[in-house]
Structures are given as structure tokens and as C-alpha cells.
Design a protein around this ligand. Structure first.
Ligand code: G6P
Ligand code: MG
Length: 219
């Protein structure tokens, strides 16, 4: 395919696009749920995808009748994060998702600016462990974002950090809320996953190794 539109920068989501960490988020939530006597069905994994920490917790607590105060909720979210941090200690460059390492390398070789727009407060630790931290020109800081995806804020922050107009950015996501966020930011959205879940994306691919840099960037 030869795309007629060309872009100046790429903005990546992290969990589920670059890093095989979505499974770790789910395992950590499941561990917390078990500690609370809540059964978390397998299908919850796709509903949790891309949801920020407190929204994920609310989704899990909705499976129970118990009432938790805001302070207790904060402690539960901290506990999940401890489980998650323990799990990601095992991350190595082998946990890069298919095609991610190669794509990042091609973009850097072509001098195409690359930013990260991840809702995870653990993003810096994850890209460090994956050995790709220096590939990013800018990292949108999840700690400074007021409105979680599907709000466009984090993608707009990344574009601003790169000093590139949103319309000249192509952004890549694995979650429907993330795709919505990209679309609302006025960027070209690429969804990695299945067409059914990511139908709102401008382009859907199965994995990053199907992404052809030549189609979207002038050499
Ligand atoms: C990303 C992941 C979510 C995760 C969120 C917050 O969006 O896709 O699964 O809940 O980040 O991550 P954190 O590491 O800060 O809890
Ligand atoms: Mg994701």
C-alpha cells in the first residue's frame, strides 16, 4: 500500500504496543482481586486494557458488593502497583513486542522524532529495562496528565514536547480508549490488535512488524 499522507513524527503507547506488559498489569490486578476474594474473569483483561490505575481498580471493585473508602482504594492501588513492579523486574529486551525494536531503530535511523504517550507511571522503568529509553525524544509524563485516555491530553502533550503539529503526528495504540484519544487529538491513528476492537482507528495492523515506515514517512 502506498499512503498519500505523510507524517513528521510518531507517538507510541507503551503497554501492549511496544512492551509485552499488558499481561503483567492483568496478573497484578488478578492477584489483588484474589486477595479481596473477587474472581476476575479472563475477559476482564480486554476491558482493563489501557485503563489508568484508579479506573482499573474501580472496574475490579465493581465485581464486589463491599464498600471501600477513598483511603482504602489508594492503599489497594498501591498494593497492585507493588505486585506489578515485582513482575516487571523480570523484563528484558526479549519482552519487546514483535516488530517494536526494529521499527524504533528504523525511525531513529531516519531521524524521525519519536515520543511516548503512556498512562503508566512505571513507563520510564519499563523502557529502561527494555533497553529502548534513548530511542525517545520526548516522554509525556503520566504524572502531569489531568485527564486520562480517551481524553486527547497525553497525545497532545507528546506532540507539544516534540514541537510537531498534532496533524503531522501518527500515533499507535492497542486499546480502543487510546485510539479515541489519538483521533480526538487530530492525529492519524494506527491500532495494533484486532479490527473488531479497534475499528475506529485510521489503520489497523496485527503487530508492529506489519507497519511499513515507507508508507507514512518521506525518506
Ligand atoms: C497503561 C496500561 C494500563 C495501566 C495504566 C496505568 O495505560 O495500559 O493497563 O493501568 O497504564 O499504569 P500504572 O503502571 O501507572 O499503574
Ligand atoms: Mg496500551
Amino acid at each position: 500500500m502506498n499512503n498519500t499522507q505523510h507524517f513528521d513524527a510518531v507517538i507510541f503507547d507503551l503497554d501492549g504496543v511496544i512492551a509485552n506488559t499488558a499481561k503483567f498489569h492483568f496478573l497484578a490486578w488478578r492477584q489483588l482481586a484474589e486477595e479481596l476474594g473477587i474472581h476476575l474473569p479472563d475477559e476482564a483483561e480486554s476491558r482493563l486494557k489501557g485503563l489508568e490505575r484508579m479506573a482499573s481498580l474501580e472496574l475490579i471493585l465493581a465485581e464486589s458488593d463491599a464498600h471501600y473508602s477513598e483511603t482504602q482504594k489508594q492503599l489497594l492501588a498501591d498494593k497492585k502497583n507493588k505486585h506489578y513492579c515485582r513482575l516487571i523486574e523480570t523484563l528484558t529486551p526479549m519482552d519487546l513486542l514483535r516488530g517494536a525494536g526494529e521499527l524504533l531503530e528504523q525511525l531513529v535511523i531516519r531521524d524521525i522524532p519519536v515520543a511516548l504517550a503512556s498512562a503508566s507511571k512505571n513507563a520510564a522503568a519499563v523502557i529502561e529495562r527494555l533497553g529502548i529509553a534513548e530511542r525517545f525524544t520526548y516522554i509525556a509524563d503520566a504524572n502531569r496528565v489531568q485527564n486520562p485516555k480517551p481524553d486527547p491530553e497525553i497525545f497532545l502533550m507528546a506532540a507539544q514536547g516534540l514541537n510537531i503539529a498534532p496533524a503531522a503526528c501518527l500515533a499507535i495504540e492497542d486499546a480502543a480508549a487510546g485510539v479515541e484519544s489519538i483521533n480526538r487529538a487530530g492525529m492519524f491513528s494506527v491500532g495494533v490488535g484486532n479490527q473488531q476492537e479497534l475499528g475506529e482507528a485510521n489503520k489497523v495492523i496485527g503487530s508492529l512488524n506489519e507497519f511499513s515506515v515507507e508508507d507514512y514517512f518521506k525518506s
